[in-house]
Design a protein around this ligand. Structure first.
Ligand code: FMN
Length: 192
């Protein structure tokens, strides 16, 4: 793991969190169905409002027509590196609460929760994930046959990491840039 990508935290944050980052250089090592489904199952154990679990995941392994389908939805800036991922996952949010036809105001939030769990489970198995909002939602909805109640929220590239040297610019520079975050003082306020 590239040491420049390890989060320089102010507090003793879990290693799994410090070591996670979003790579663009993926290796030729394949992912199998069991590994991807373990990652997705981890996502399903994320909390959600009223345990509504407003998500489902459509995935494909590299080298399959399904992978090319998901790849075809990605924005031009994501294709050059995401095409080398070992798997692509479409995270689908379900807009309405089950059986009520009422809007679930937290579906986006909860898909994000599930995605976070997936990223950490993946890293625990040496698999890295890179979330993308850069894709054509309408094209994805059509290709995947989503219902009116479903929305493609994000795409996730999964795979084993390879060297940054294999990337062209501007991706190589991004791969070699240390990660940064706003300081705790800027985001945390203790109320008296
Ligand atoms: C909702 C969401 C959408 C994102 N969309 C893209 C994207 O389309 N392309 C991309 O290269 N990275 C994308 N990212 C990755 C972020 O740029 C990355 O997480 C952020 O820069 C922090 O870097 P780190 O994950 O390595 O800590 C996205 C991340 C999230 C959570």
């Amino acid at each position: 793991m590239s040491p420049i990508k390890i989060a320089n935290t102010q507090n003793e944050v879990l290693d799994l969190i410090r070591n996670r980052w979003s790579p663009r250089s993926f290796s030729a090592k394949d992912l199998n169905t069991a590994t991807v489904e373990t990652i997705l199952e981890a996502g399903s154990w994320a909390p959600s409002a009223n345990n509504s679990q407003p998500w489902r995941f459509i995935y494909a392994l590299r080298g399959t027509p399904g992978f090319d389908k998901l790849l075809s939805t990605l924005a031009p800036g994501n294709v050059p590196w995401a095409k080398n991922a070992a798997a692509l996952v479409a995270s689908i949010g379900i807009r309405e609460l089950p059986d009520t036809q009422q809007k679930n105001h937290y579906y986006m939030h909860d898909v994000g929760m599930a995605t976070s769990f997936m990223l950490l489970q993946a890293l625990n198995m040496d698999v890295y994930g890179h979330v993308m909002a850069g894709f054509n939602k309408q094209h994805a909805a059509e290709l995947l046959g989503l219902s009116a109640n479903e929305e493609a929220v994000s795409m996730l590239a999964l795979g084993y990491v390879d060297s940054a040297e294999k990337l062209d610019e501007p991706y190589k520079t991004r791969e070699l840039t240390p990660r940064s975050r706003n300081p705790i003082s800027a985001i945390a306020t203790q109320l008296d």
